[in-house]
Design a protein around this ligand. Structure first.
Ligand SMILES: [Zn+2]
Ligand SMILES: [Zn+2]
Length: 875
């Protein structure tokens, strides 16, 4: 009985069947007790509110290719999945739902609100995890974690308490980034700087005790002057040394402020004099600390002027700016304004302009944590792929500031600190407190704030494995082998995991960090929801087949390189899947139940035809290249090689050549196809499983079958070069047939010139392939070609050959056709030459257009020359 598969490849139908089976059979489960070598990796936990986008699809494809290969190689392979509770993002979603009911979170209170978020999470959260299954990601779902689950919450507390006890977490009044809309502190990383067209205002500050003498300060934020506590110049700025030790009178507020000198003031900015507002500017805050200046907060958490702002109290910050400027103008103190573009910080979540504010928050002292994290990468304990990302990491780590970890939100890990109203004690505790540990009073309350989401995701590589308990999982799978992430979260996430991993596990969290690019559209624009060019990966998978999309991403995605996704690209890999399917149908027609899969030893001992030795040799070499490329994380190289092998060498050549002697070639055909499916499986898991199951095979599933390994005994360089020569002859004869418009049903006669007895032998042995694949009826080996004008000549692998065309083509009709063709192309050449000789076109047209024209011109000239040559032959 012959195996029968459907005529066309129905990706969706095939993909629907396999994943559940793989999962239910436990193929993706790691084993903490196994003594096999370990490969472990944790998923970058997607937000619980998230849904799959192309960035995830790329990231998970890279993961899955690497993970599946390791599993097939016999590693004890763990890919740990899970989700992040995503503080602000999730809280915003549920607040939006509440608003539809006309409620705010304050109306229902903290406890009820958090309950609502959990309900929401159970109902809608984690859609993305189902989607991740849909694209074939082979995660160990028995180990799925959530940053807010009980185990991870315990780890968070443990870390907080230990850092606090060591003095590495402190509570303090510092200048922080504040979002007046989200009403929460933000870390430096949650602030996005964007250039804004604004103005630079020059304001005159009178000097105390000097009649009609002013210094001019330049500022982009005149409303903050209400909180000025000094004016400053550079100590080396000779224009102002005469005012050293004096004071200015702050306009509008009539406050005396000192005239100070500080190295950070840039003499070239504005007039060289700057106002100092320690409560509203990070650089001024630090200057204020150096000079013991007071901090006056004039803008509040609601972005309105505080009572400290005198007459301006209660005004919104933009309204206050107008009023301050109008009043300065009226008093003749606004000397001029200039247009000015500068970077303004915006909230990453809601794009409101961020206000630097003084606020009492919790901080992590970062330097003692950053130093070992820098050293670990310097020493190569963790490597970046590509390596240039280490530079970005160092730059950021060297300039890192203390990390503000408290957020004024309700959804997240609540800060484990309690304040005693009786004795003022602050107690930090692993367990919830109901009495003050110092005075035993019951009048204590827990800090209202929660921790920054990145605090818990920073623990992900070990908290997910059971830390602080010394579990088998932790012992077996930490440190993880690899982390795969896009370049935009090196700082947010990678740096934090490095710091926490080294601190609490005394070892790096991963030995390598693979940085993927980002996905762009066909016009190379970054995909985003707001631009409307984002594509839904699941829809794309429905249209082109998941395997094809995965393959396209792996093929195009060199580490750190962006990928432009277009329909044409995806279509070409759908065609690849179809090609494999069709090859399988051809093969299955020859297979019946009695056939078994030969071993490589069987093949080595049998009498193989030239092309059989050739394809086995090619398979061995491609296996070596694919393994080496994936090992170096060059998935795009591996994909290219497996593609070229499968599509061109196996399908285009070998299947055709094997038809010459199908019974003899059958064992090789089966062996190569089965091996190539295993080689391809990590990239295209679904189609390979479907076909592999229909072939004679060993084992239950391709998922756990062995990954092909290089077999040097199959390499046969002589068979390769000989087969390539035969192929080149076939290609050249086919080209001539096409160019000369020889009827497809006509066979032709070929002469090949050589005196070499070995080549003569080879060519006469291989003539059947030339007959069959190039429609040839005779191959004549001659010492010299005829030079007959109706014999088209070519060179193949250094051998001159000619195809005899007398009687096969209508010479006069062909001559006329070629002549017309040459004239037509010449007109195109002239047109392009004129355009490119025109300087104003070359200068004004977009560079790509000019380049494209140059390329077309070269192509046309080439074609014209070839046709002219053919024409000459006929005259
Ligand atoms: Zn905001
Ligand atoms: Zn107390």
């Amino acid at each position: 009985m012959k195996v029968d598969i459907s005529k066309t490849y129905e990706a969706k139908e095939v993909e629907g069947r396999w994943y559940q089976l793989w999962e239910s059979r436990g193929y993706f489960r790691a084993d903490a007790k196994s003594d096999r070598p370990v490969f472990s990796i944790v998923i970058p936990p997607p937000n619980v509110t998230g849904s799959l986008h192309m960035g995830h699809m790329l990231n998970h494809t890279v993961h899955d290719v690497i993970v599946r290969r390791k599993r097939m190689q016999g590693f004890n392979t763990l890919w740990l999945p899970g989700m992040d509770h995503a503080g602000i993002a999730t809280q915003n979603v549920v607040e939006r739902e509440l608003r539809k009911e006309g409620l705010s979170r304050h109306d229902i209170g903290r406890e009820k609100f958090v309950e609502r978020v959990w309900q929401w999470k159970e109902q809608y959260g984690g859609i993305i995890l189902k989607q991740i299954r849909r694209i074939g990601a082979s995660c160990d779902w028995s180990r799925e974690r959530f940053t807010l689950d009980a185990g991870l919450s315990r780890a968070v507390r443990e870390v907080f308490v230990r850092l606090y006890e060591e003095g590495l977490i402190y509570r303090g009044k510092r200048l922080i980034n504040w979002c007046p809309r989200c009403m929460t502190a933000l870390s430096d990383l949650e602030v996005i700087y964007q250039p804004v067209d604004s103005k630079l205002y020059y304001i005159k500050y009178p000097l105390k005790g000097r009649h009609n003498t002013f210094v001019e300060v330049a500022t982009t934020r005149p409303e903050t002057m209400l909180g000025d506590t000094a004016v400053a110049v550079n100590p080396h700025d000779e224009r102002y040394t005469k005012y050293k030790g004096e004071a200015a009178i702050l306009p509008l507020m009539n406050r005396e402020i000192p005239f100070i000198q500080d190295d950070v003031v840039d003499p070239a900015f504005g007039t060289g004099v700057v106002k100092v507002t320690p409560a509203h500017d990070p650089a001024d805050f630090e200057m204020g600390q150096r000079h013991g200046l007071s901090q006056i907060s004039v803008i509040g958490e609601d972005a309105k002027i505080t009572p400290e702002g005198g007459l301006y109290r209660g005004l919104d910050r933009t309204e206050a700016r107008k009023r301050v400027l109008a009043d300065l103008e009226a008093q003749g103190l606004l000397s001029r304004t200039e247009p000015f573009t500068h970077n303004v910080g915006h909230c990453q979540r809601c794009h409101t302009v961020v206000e630097p504010l003084l606020s009492t928050q919790w901080f992590v002292k970062i330097k003692p944590l950053a130093e070992p994290a820098i050293a670990a990468v310097e020493q190569g304990s963790t490597q970046f792929v590509p390596s240039n990302y280490a530079k970005t990491y160092f730059e950021w780590m060297h300039n890192i500031r203390d990390w503000c970890i408290s957020r004024q939100l309700w959804w997240g890990h609540r800060i484990p600190a309690w304040y005693c109203d009786e004795c003022g004690e602050i107690a930090v505790s692993r367990t919830d407190l109901d009495r003050c540990p110092k005075c035993a009073s019951a009048k204590i309350r827990q800090d209202e704030d929660v921790l920054d989401t990145w605090f818990s995701s920073g623990l992900w590589p070990f908290s997910t494995l059971g830390w602080p308990d010394q579990t088998d999982d932790l012992k077996t799978f930490y440190p993880t082998t690899l982390l795969i992430t896009a370049y935009d979260i090196i700082f947010f996430w990678v740096a934090r995991m490095m710091m926490f991993g080294l601190k609490f596990m005394k070892d790096v969290p991963f030995k390598a960090v693979y940085i993927t690019g980002i996905i762009r559209d066909a016009e190379r624009q970054k995909m985003s929801k707001s631009k409307g060019n984002a594509v839904d990966p699941l829809e794309i998978c429905d249209r082109f087949g998941t395997d094809a999309v995965r393959f396209a991403l792996a093929r195009m995605g060199a580490p750190g390189t962006d990928i432009a996704v277009s329909d044409e690209l995806l279509d070409s890999y759908r065609a690849f899947a179809t090609k494999i399917w069709n090859a399988a149908r051809f093969i299955f027609r020859q297979v019946d139940e009695a056939d078994r899969l030969p071993s490589s030893a069987d093949l080595k001992h049998s009498n193989l035809a030239l092309v059989d030795r050739w394809i086995l040799s090619r398979l061995a070499c491609v296996t070596e290249t694919v393994n080496r490329s994936i090992e170096l994380y060059n998935l795009h190289e591996a994909a290219r090689h497996v593609y070229d092998f499968f599509k061109h060498e196996f399908c285009d050549w070998y299947l055709e050549m094997s038809k010459l002697d199908p019974e003899r070639s059958k064992p090789v055909l089966l062996y190569v196809f089965e091996t190539a499916l295993r080689l391809l499986h990590p990239f295209m898991p679904f189609i390979t499983e479907e076909l592999w199951q229909n072939l004679p095979h060993k084992g239950d599933s391709i998922v756990i079958a062995a990954y092909p390994e290089f077999d040097s005994e199959l390499v046969d360089e002589r068979a390769e070069s000989q087969t390539e020569l035969v192929q080149e002859i076939i290609v050249k004869v086919r080209n001539i047939r096409t160019e000369m418009k020889v009827d497809a049903k006509q066979t032709v006669s070929v002469r090949i010139a050589t005196n070499d007895p070995q080549l003569t032998q080879l060519l006469s042995n291989a003539r059947e392939y030339i007959f069959k694949l190039a429609q040839v009826n005779q191959v004549e080996i001659v010492p010299k070609l005829s030079g007959d004008k109706l014999a088209a000549q070519a060179v193949a692998g250094g051998l001159a050959l000619e195809v005899l065309l007398a009687g096969l083509i209508d010479v006069e009709a062909e001559r006329l056709r070629l002549k017309k063709e040459v004239e037509k192309i010449q007109r195109e050449v002239d047109k392009l030459e004129r355009a490119l000789a025109n300087n104003s076109f070359v200068e004004r047209a977009p560079k790509e257009v000019v380049e494209e024209n140059r390329r077309r011109l070269a192509d046309y000239r080439d074609e014209a020359a070839k046709l002219a040559e053919g024409l000459k032959r006929l005259e």
